[in-house]
Structures are given as C-alpha cells and as structure tokens.
Design a protein around this ligand. Structure first.
Ligand SMILES: [Zn+2]
Length: 238
C-alpha cells in the first residue's frame, strides 16, 4: 500500500463494469479511502447497477453513493432509448471502419461522462476529496469523445475554474489511469488485484446472462480468453 495516499479521499465512478470495478480495486490498492458513485441513468442494463452494489460490498466501502438521472427522457443512444443494441460479430472490421470514418457508435450516450463527472465533482467538493477517478479507456474500441485525453484535460480545467475549492487554490484532479490500457491490460490488472470479475457486468443489454454478442461482451470475452491462454502457456512452459 502506498502510504502517501492513505486516508485521502477518492471519488470513483463505479458502473459495475469490468473497467470501473478494476479501477475501484486499483484505487483502493493505492491506499485511498474509496467513495464510489454509481448512476441509475435509465440504462437498459439494470444488471450493471446490481453489479456495482456487489463490487462496492466486496470492497468494503463505507459510503456508496447512488444518483438517479433520467437520461432516458433525452435518449439518443442504444443504451437509453428504443434503438436496439448492435450485435456485431466482426468487431475487427468494424473497429477499422470506425477509425476510418471517425464514426461514433450508437452506444455512445450523449455527454454522459460530462454529466457523471459534473455530479462527481459536486460530491468531491462536499466530502473534500482531492481526486476523482474514472475508468475511461481510449485504446480498445470505444470512439467515445468523452473518453479521450483532451476531454480529461478540459474537464480538469473546468474543475479548477468552476469550484470553490479551485478558487481557493486547491484542486480536484480528474484521473483516468486506464486511459491507455488495452482490455487485456485491464483483465490482467483485475486478476492481480483479485477483482471478482464474474460479479462485474459489461453487457450493454439486460438479461439473466450477458448477451455475448454486443461490442462490450465481445471485447471483454476476447480479452479474458487471451489472458487465460497466456496463463495456460506460462504454466506449460514452467
Ligand atoms: Zn452483451
């Protein structure tokens, strides 16, 4: 444990997915006092919220904040409206297509991270936390504009100018340590930190089981399979 962060408060955006759950473990491992915040924003995937509760409990957090926001009434995303969640299949081709055309996937929720981070910022100010962690990742296919380094820089600037804490010369830093991690890196980190991966929920859809065919399911499973194969190989070569 890094003593430098001990007893320091950190707000962590915890969706219940693999990335944010691993992030919460990662931040706890740094020695921070965790203050997870989860959002019921009208997402299709209700299982995600259940997962966030389970992960919060497994981390033994004292205070897990739940906030309700009705993004469903705005819609504009496959995650919050009647638009079907795309079931891709050929993700490698699609990923190339997206990076060529600079298309934003229909699973992008308009301004979601701006909204979430704004509320997290308010919360951080009230509980006097100096840092907000969120699990943005710009490597393994997202194409989401609010998961890019430019966005984080801009938000850090906003936090500096738009808060009482900022005016008083203190800062609330927004940090995304997994920004340049591949999904495989995240799976490996999760295994190292003992994250109960099976309790996390990455599927964009709801249901008793993950659909296995949406982009999020496919990317997650591919990374888990690759890491498992590597572990098997290492054992064989020992
Ligand atoms: Zn799925």
């Amino acid at each position: 444990m890094l003593e430098v962060f001990e007893n320091k408060k950190a707000v962590v955006l915890l969706s219940g997915g693999l990335d944010s759950s691993t992030l919460a473990y990662y931040v706890k491992n740094m020695g921070y006092d965790l203050y997870p915040i989860s959002f019921d924003y009208g997402q299709k995937s209700r299982r995600e919220l259940d997962a966030s509760i389970k992960i919060g409990r497994s981390l033994g957090v004292k205070d897990h904040k739940f906030i309700k926001i009705d993004l469903k009434s705005i819609g504009g995303s496959a995650l919050t409206s009647d638009i079907d969640v795309p079931k891709t299949g050929d993700l490698d081709n699609k990923r190339q297509e997206i990076s060529d055309k600079k298309d934003i996937p229909i699973t992008y929720v308009p301004a979601r991270n701006t909204i979430f981070l704004s509320i997290a910022l308010a919360y951080a100010e009230v509980i006097d936390a100096d840092v907000i962690f969120y699990g943005a990742n710009c490597i393994d296919y997202s194409g989401y504009p609010d998961c890019r380094p430019e966005f984080i820089d801009a938000f850090n600037n906003l936090a500096k100018w738009g808060t009482k804490k900022g005016v008083e010369g203190k800062t609330i830093e927004i940090e995304a340590p997994f920004l340049f991690y591949t999904k495989k890196d995240i799976v490996k980190t999760a295994l190292d930190l003992g994250v109960p991966i099976e309790e996390t929920w990455s599927c964009y859809d709801d249901g008793d089981e993950p659909c296995g065919r949406c982009d999020s399911c496919i990317i997650r499973q591919k990374a888990i399979d690759e890491v498992n194969a590597e572990i098997r190989n290492e054992k064989k070569n020992r």
